[in-house]
Design a protein around this ligand. Structure first.
Ligand code: FAD
Length: 817
């Protein structure tokens, strides 16, 4: 006889189980009861619909009742709540929306009722304007409020997944958001120091974050007045309660099914409850934590869906085990992403599991390929064999794939030594030859092998100065921006020379910005007999952990693990000079590099900061052409930092791809229009910055660019005077080649250029003169147009076609503008 299977709950676990049951048993009678109006909707997408990121409501409805019923031959009954389980009779009692009740028999019952948002029992919490978010009805209410009432201020209570996602999405709608969290950190699945990176992202996006405070009552209506434990009062036009969820286990409890310690339904590894005819899955059940072995409530969609599938297998006679949940999760927080898998430190401590931890900061992809950002990786592993116990990552790009690699590694019991060996896909746009996962493995394995002794931020006390000699190996500029109390600054590049300053009577506690330079310095000192501890994760993690958000974190860019070759050179370099080229537009940064490199000695290094997105490519090309060494680049949150060593690396010959060829550039400037004149000078200045001889040869209308802006009294014939009056006099009078709009165009474009920090034509002309560019006015054209030498700006040579041709023959680029 065909099995009769009744499912309670029609979303993640329930719908997944129903589909699998049908695939395994075509004959089974499957009845699915859902209390709400919809089945199989995308609860994870709800916040993004409110924020307008998902624009169509129907896109949230992954399956309609009709489609699913037809596709899988299911009996789906929505607006039908299962209110009682009669285990004796193997029947459930259902209440319909119109108030009727009836019973249905089952052979197997599968419970997937989920978890309900927790509503704190405080006065006024049931006021209108206060919402929870779980289903389509909730999302319609919240979206309706936002669309129609257009609230200005919202308070989100609870800074977990739903709270943070709601804060971001309400912000997308232009609402001022305050996020209130009772504990001392946002995002509970992360450890506090990693969570503070998330908090920084929230604050940077104008979310006000209040921690260690809880709502005690709500008063008023328009606006709502939210009273906090601290005495603070917040005014809001709407409130989202996202304090967490509680398993919907009442039905199971009333049926006498066994519950776990945390109030969830207790199931065995086959997802069977204490009644062998009843299975339970999803947010309502307590699952085995695959790291600690204890039982936990881990309300996530992935486990719920998989459990639905496994329960279906078992109902159909297969013996499939659910081996536990490791809590792999991920969240987008504006531009950042935070992800975790396995246990965090808090859980390991609670469970009494010994662990070690490491922090690494790596580039999301090769630093020299545009758009690289940093990933902060925290790894937790067993001290004995290095088995991975947990990982957390915060960064912009590539967090998802790294956490998934680590989740897979953890699931299969890999160790940090295995991470060192993983062969992961690499090309510059995607990763580095040593992927951040490999780097995390290297650092953790170094710790286990004793190659790197570390000290963690939480092991530091206020009086470390008496125990250790505290050594800051960052640059002086970084040190001056903030440092550990009592720290002495000896930049890594000076370390060998200044080693005698480091005492031998105490251990050394050294640190850099993110840990790598500290590790290199530690290796140098250890090999000379010092006892050294490197601050793991560097000053950044220390600051993050101490919640001085922003301070020091955005300061000078660190070296990245991907730039090892450059770093070794940096170590050898006797001096690093910082150059700030931020805000300058092309060719400004390259011009600045060219100026500054003249001031340093061979082997010394420029550390150039630029906000020009094309800077890395430009400076790399510049180095190739000029025989200097591009050591590498990296992106910080706010700029690109390039490291350039003057001259070739020791043992390397200068590789100028154009060696032996003519290097000059000539440009015939025929046009007298503002935009074309700019183009000519930008190219000329760029070439000059590469050390190339440049000649700009001005002929016909181009001569007007070189005219002085103020009138000059010279004797001219009537025709010459007329000609002179009709033509623009000097750079400031030039028209645009397009959209001149009776002179409005040049005014507008000059304003835009000013706003965008693009040098004006006059500044470009001045730069050209300072760079030694030859400005040649064509004698013949001057004669034809009646322009006298006195009318030209200073520094212009007068020449003929032969001069131009002579220069052109020495050039490998010759342009006509
Ligand atoms: P649910 O999917 O909640 O389904 C339970 C259903 O059972 C409900 O529709 C309920 O109406 C119904 N029901 C309950 N009792 C009865 C009854 N007695 N009779 C009939 N029907 C009943 N997880 C992630 O992994 N990633 C995310 O990004 C993510 N984002 C989320 C965002 C939001 C806003 C929410 C609310 C959750 C999010 N989750 C996310 C969690 C994820 O949605 C849940 O873990 C998952 O849906 C749990 O599946 P479930 O089947 O146990 O419960």
């Amino acid at each position: 006889m065909a099995k009769r299977i009744v499912i309670v709950g029609g979303v993640a676990g329930g719908a997944s189980a129903a589909a699998r049951l049908r695939r395994l048993d075509e004959a089974a009678e499957i009845i699915l009861f859902e209390r709400g109006e919809y089945i199989s909707f995308a609860n994870c997408g709800l916040p993004y619909y409110i924020g307008g990121v998902i624009s169509e409501r129907e896109n949230l409805l992954v399956q309609t009742v009709e489609e699913m019923a037809q596709k899988f031959n299911l009996d789906i009954r929505v607006r039908s709540e299962v209110i009682r389980i009669d285990r004796q009779e193997k029947e459930v009692e259902i209440a319909t929306a119109d108030g009727k009740t009836y019973r249905e028999r089952y052979d197997y019952l599968l419970l997937s009722p989920g978890a309900a948002p927790f509503i704190p029992p405080v006065p006024g919490i049931d006021q209108s304007g206060i919402y929870t978010l779980r289903n389509m009805a909730d999302v319609d209410r919240i979206k309706g409020h936002v669309d129609e009432i257009k609230p200005r201020r919202a308070v989100v209570i609870g800074a977990g997944f739903v709270g943070v996602e709601m804060a971001e999405n309400l912000r997308h709608r232009g609402i001022d958001v305050t996020l209130v969290e009772a504990s001392d950190q946002v995002m509970g699945p992360l450890d506090a120091e990693m969570a503070s990176l998330v908090e920084r992202a929230l604050r940077e996006n104008n979310i006000e974050v209040i921690k260690q405070d809880a709502v005690t009552r709500v008063e008023g209506a328009e606006p709502l007045s939210i009273h906090l434990k601290s005495g603070k009062k917040l005014a809001a036009d709407m409130v989202i309660l996202a304090i967490g969820v509680r398993p919907e286990s009442k039905l199971a409890k009333e049926a006498g099914l066994e519950l776990g310690e945390r109030g969830g339904i207790k199931v065995d590894e086959y997802l069977r409850t204490s009644d062998p005819a009843i299975y339970a899955v999803g947010d309502a059940v307590e699952v085995k934590d695959s790291i600690t072995g204890g039982y936990a409530l881990i309300p996530l969609a992935g486990p719920a869906n998989k459990q639905g599938r496994i329960a279906a297998d078992n109902i159909c006679g297969r013996q499939t085990k659910y081996l536990g949940t490791q809590g792999t999760s991920i969240i987008k927080v504006f531009e950042e992403t935070a992800a975790a898998t396995g246990s965090n430190e808090k859980t390991l401590k609670r469970a009494g599991i010994p662990y070690l931890k490491s922090y690494t900061v790596s580039s999301s992809h090769a630093g020299y390929y545009p758009g690289a950002t940093t990933l902060t990786v925290k790894l937790l592993f067993s001290p004995a064999e290095g088995r991975i116990l947990g990982a957390q990552i915060v960064g912009r790009d590539g967090v998802d794939k790294r956490i998934d690699v680590l989740a897979t590694a953890l699931k299969h019991g890999l160790t940090v030594y295995d991470l060192e060996e993983l062969e992961l896909a690499y090309a510059p746009p995607y990763s580095s030859a040593k992927d951040p996962v490999n780097v995390a493995g290297f650092v953790a394995a170094n710790m286990l092998r004793g190659d790197a002794k570390v000290i963690h931020w939480d092991e530091l006390s206020a009086n470390e100065g008496s125990r250790y000699f505290i050594l800051d190996v960052r640059t002086t500029v970084e040190y001056e921006g903030g440092h550990l109390a009592g720290a002495v600054n000896i930049p890594l590049s000076d370390l060998r020379a200044r080693r005698p300053e480091i005492p031998r009577d105490r251990p050394i506690l050294l640190y850099c910005k993110m840990g790598l330079r500290g590790y290199v310095a530690a290796r140098v000192l250890e090999q000379r007999g010092y006892q050294v501890y490197n601050l793991s994760g560097g000053y950044d993690i220390y600051l993050a952990a101490n919640q001085k958000m922003g301070e020091g974190l955005e300061k000078d860019g660190p070296l990245q693990q991907t730039q090892v070759q450059g770093e070794e050179v940096l170590q050898m370099s006797t001096k690093t000079v910082k150059v700030d080229a931020c805000g300058l537009q092309c060719p400004g940064p390259i011009m600045k590099v060219n100026q500054e490199i003249q001031k340093i000695e061979q082997g010394e290094v420029l550390e150039v900061h630029s906000t020009d997105p094309a800077f890395t490519n430009d400076v790399r090309a510049w180095c190739q052409r000029t025989g200097n060494t591009f050591l590498g680049s990296e992106k910080t949150c706010c700029d690109t930092v390039a490291y350039i060593m003057k001259g070739a690396q020791p043992g390397q010959s200068v590789s100028c791809s154009t060696a032996g060829q003519s290097q000059g550039k000539t440009v015939v400037v025929f046009s007298g229009e503002l935009d074309k004149a700019m183009a000519a000078f930008i190219i000329g200045n760029g070439a000059a910055a590469m050390g190339r001889p440049v000649t700009l040869f001005f002929t016909f209308w181009g001569l007007n660019i070189l005219r002085k802006n103020e009138p000059v009294s010279v004797t001219k014939s009537f025709m010459d005077k007329m000609f002179g009056m009709m033509m623009p006099r000097g750079s400031q009078k030039l028209k645009l080649s397009n959209m001149n709009m009776a002179g409005m165009g040049p005014v507008m474009i000059r304003n835009v250029m000013k706003q965008k920090n693009v040098s004006s034509l006059e500044e470009l002309i001045q730069m050209a003169k300072e760079s030694g560019i030859k400005l040649v006015a064509c004698q013949m054209s001057m004669d034809v147009m009646g322009i006298k030498p006195e009318e030209l700006i200073d520094g212009v040579e007068i020449g003929g076609v032969a001069m131009y041709l002579g220069e052109a023959e020495q050039s490998n680029v010759n342009l006509f503008i």
